[in-house]
Ligand binder design. Structure first.
Ligand SMILES: [Zn+2]
Ligand SMILES: [Zn+2]
Ligand SMILES: [Zn+2]
Length: 223
């Protein structure tokens, strides 16, 4: 659990405003990553607040720049950058903790959040909403050309998801889906099956194909 930067009171996982001193905290970066705010303002605009974003230098293995909104602490990553951050922050994960993965999501989404499409900070076209990895529960906003927007807290959520083995699970599922697809293809081509079985196999195949296409798409976007 994060603590308030001013009064040290604990901050619940999906809240960034401290209920004791009313200060807003950057729960994604504060005390978690070494970073510096660059003095020049970026010409990119926060899709929620309509203000110019700050440029932030993150000191990872190689320092790199992202943008942050001073008002809502949303972050904007150029294509690929979000993976560099995840890769360098969460390493050596070998176990999948299913219970923890689902608890993380329950903890974060007690109430149903209302989703709206927001504009890309660079080109101002509406961004796509994409589920980050299998069951991560984090829906990120993405402009294919310019990058990914995460609301305050979403990076922390993704880190927890990755720590709990969420990404491992995602990769494992992708492999299984591929295997299933191969075996079901060979079955339908060699054996003559009654109509109803054939039909149900076809539907699963279509579903699997779609799943493979979707998950490999999502996967490609983030590797
Ligand atoms: Zn406080
Ligand atoms: Zn903002
Ligand atoms: Zn764009």
């Amino acid at each position: 659990m994060a603590n308030c930067s001013r009064c040290s009171a604990p901050l619940p996982s999906n809240i960034n405003r401290c209920k004791y001193c009313n200060v807003r905290n950057d729960i994604d970066l504060h005390n978690k990553h070494s970073y510096a705010v660059t003095t020049h303002k970026s010409d990119r605009i926060c899709p929620h607040c309509n203000d110019a974003l700050q440029t932030i230098t993150l000191n990872l293995k190689k320092p790199f720049e992202i943008e942050r909104c001073e008002g809502c602490f949303g972050l904007f990553f150029d294509p690929g950058e979000i993976n560099i951050l995840l890769e360098s922050s969460v390493t050596n994960i070998f176990d999948i903790n299913l219970e923890l993965i689902s608890n993380i999501n329950k903890d974060r989404y007690k109430k149903k959040k209302k989703f709206t499409y927001i504009k890309c900070p660079v080109c101002f076209t509406l961004m796509n909403r994409v589920n980050f990895g299998h069951r991560s529960g984090v829906i990120i906003d993405q402009c294919k050309k310019h990058g990914i927007w995460t609301d305050s807290g979403e990076i922390t959520h993704l880190m927890e998801w990755k720590k709990a083995g969420g990404e491992l699970l995602h990769k494992k599922n992708q492999k299984q889906v591929k295997k299933k697809k191969m075996t079901s293809t060979s079955k339908t081509s060699t054996k003559q099956s009654p109509d109803y079985i054939f039909q149900s196999q076809q539907t699963t195949m279509v579903e699997t194909d779609l799943l493979v296409a979707l998950s490999s798409l999502v996967y490609k976007l983030f590797t």
